[in-house]
Design a protein around this ligand. Structure first.
Ligand SMILES: Cc1ncc(COP(=O)(O)O)c(C=O)c1O
Length: 358
């Protein structure tokens, strides 16, 4: 086998090696069916068991009670930017916190959908380098939308705003299953799977039963959350193989890592190694305000942008890939999602020390 690299890609991103190995072992014969999950009917017993297990694991890991539906959709998190306002506005204004690119896109889509869209807090005044402390809550809002982790800017909500009776809606694409949180204030959570939950091609949607009452009758069938909830995500053919990999990833978190609390500890440890090093010297500079730093995406700069090419080339030679910052902001970014190991992060710090010295 070719040497596997240490993968810091922002998404799609590293998957646990044991997950890939199991998928490889089962590729030609999934659990004695004599065929791959790629070739199996989505209505077969064997696939239904996979789907059911993915739902149950999501419930257990996040501590969801019976009032939540766990759905698997297509269209990416970007599709949710439109589906959320279409389904949940219910004739009321919709409120958003703008913490950079992905929130900005969600706001744009709500406006395209013709909803009265209010930006109640924003960190645009400082290039989205922080999470706003004060979030005004309007009691007439249909929901308050936030992005829990800002993949591009490297910021993350430590705790979520308290919105009382106004349901929170959250884009958790880049930090779902990375830490524990109280799901109860959330009316809806969505996440493209391709960072912490699995491969590209499937989007996890967790929706509370009362939100389903808001779904307008006149929406096209495939844009209604209620269709997915009523049919356990099997109204049409779902992305079976992506769901299968998600199930393996969730099993890995539960059974190999030892659950979400343990996962969170490891993630804290990994982020601390990287930030402690960045704070201990003056060659590299973190871009996010300290109290808003992401434990998933560590964004940093070199003393001169001209050195980035050299840094990235040397990193690739050292087997460290995916460290280029997003094209819209430049700089460097280490995405250290669940599947990135502690050893991988230590190797990155060793390389950073070596490069700074050189
Ligand atoms: C926080 C966040 N939201 C949304 C998206 C868009 O996801 P998708 O490509 O699945 O539409 C991304 C992609 O990186 C993201 O990081």
């Amino acid at each position: 086998m070719a040497q596997r690299v240490i993968n810091f890609n922002p998404g799609p991103s590293a998957l646990p090696l044991s997950v890939l190995e199991q998928a490889k072992a089962e590729l030609l014969d999934f659990q004695g069916t004599g065929m791959s999950v790629l070739e199996t009917s989505h209505r077969s017993k064997s696939f239904e068991a996979v789907l059911d297990s993915a739902i149950q694991r999501t419930r257990r890991l996040l501590g969801l009670d019976e009032s939540y539906h766990v759905l698997f959709l297509q269209g990416g998190a970007s599709m949710q930017f439109a589906m959320v306002p279409m389904n949940l506005a219910a004739g009321k204004p919709v409120d958003y916190v703008d913490t950079g690119t992905w929130s900005t896109k969600a706001i744009k889509e709500a406006r395209i959908c013709g909803k009265e869209t209010r930006v109640v807090a924003s960190s645009e005044d400082q290039q989205f380098t922080y999470i706003p402390e004060k979030v005004p809550v309007n009691s007439d809002a249909a929901y308050l939308h936030i992005t829990s982790n800002n993949t591009i800017r490297g910021t993350q909500w430590r705790s979520f705003p308290e919105a009382g009776a106004v349901p929170l809606v959250c884009d958790m694409s880049s930090d779902i299953f990375s830490r524990r949180f109280d799901p109860r204030p959330f009316g809806l959570i969505y996440a493209g799977a391709q960072k912490n939950a699995g491969p590209a091609g499937v989007t996890l949607v967790i929706i509370r039963e009362d939100m389903l009452q808001r779904v307008p009758k006149e929406l096209p069938t495939m844009l209604k959350y209620s269709i997915y909830a009523d049919n356990r995500s099997l109204y049409n053919t779902p992305p079976c193989f992506s769901i299968y990999i998600c199930e393996l990833v969730l099993k890995w978190i539960e059974e190999t890592v030892g659950g979400l609390d343990r996962m969170e500890k490891i993630n804290e440890e990994k982020a601390a190694i990287l930030y402690d090093y960045i704070d201990s010297q003056d060659f590299y500079r973190g871009t996010a305000r300290r109290d808003s730093r992401s434990r998933m995406n560590v964004t940093f700069l070199l003393p001169e942008a001209g050195l980035e090419k050299d840094f990235l080339a040397g990193a690739t030679d050292a087997g460290l890939v995916g460290l280029k910052g997003h094209r819209s902001v430049g700089g460097l970014r280490a995405s250290i999602y669940n599947a990135t190991t502690l050893e991988g992060v230590k190797s990155l710090v060793d390389y950073m020390k070596h490069f700074a010295k050189r």
